[in-house]
Design a protein around this ligand. Sequence first.
Ligand SMILES: [Fe+2]
Length: 169
Amino acid sequence: MSQATAVLTPSASVDDISIGISAGDREELSKGLTDILTGTYHLLIKTHVYHWNVVGPMFHSLHVMLEEQYNDLFAAADVIAERIRALGYLAPVNGAAPADGVLDRDAKASSAHDMVDDLINDHENIVRLMRKAAEGAADKGDAVTEDMLVARLTFHEKTLWMLRAIVTN
Ligand SMILES: [Fe+2]
């Protein structure tokens, strides 16, 4: 192997990481974060599709609000993936995109109200995942992952308030 090749080929060893969190705990944390990353990507794509396709009297406020949300979700996906790398595991490349046709069907069939209800459901799902993962991170002494998840929970719970305020009379 040439020296250049050796430099460019990652060893991807997770065994020699000594940051005070066991390999088993890091693996478990990474798996939880992988589910959260997948959920974040699904929500990112759905939010973007709804931003384009929403119609009706709420169009402008929803169009603008959803743009703010998908920008936040896009940045968050990067942060979550990079935390998985810092824990010693590869960020996943499979499973990030929703199944073919699902979003297309949702966008065509949905009123603005239905889109908001659907987003509320998805944000609640990911909030429950994150709360569980944050508790796991705290138990394992991983303050960095816990802190990241607290920030993500803050975003999702604020977003839930805003989405509910739109569809509540
Ligand atoms: Fe746009």
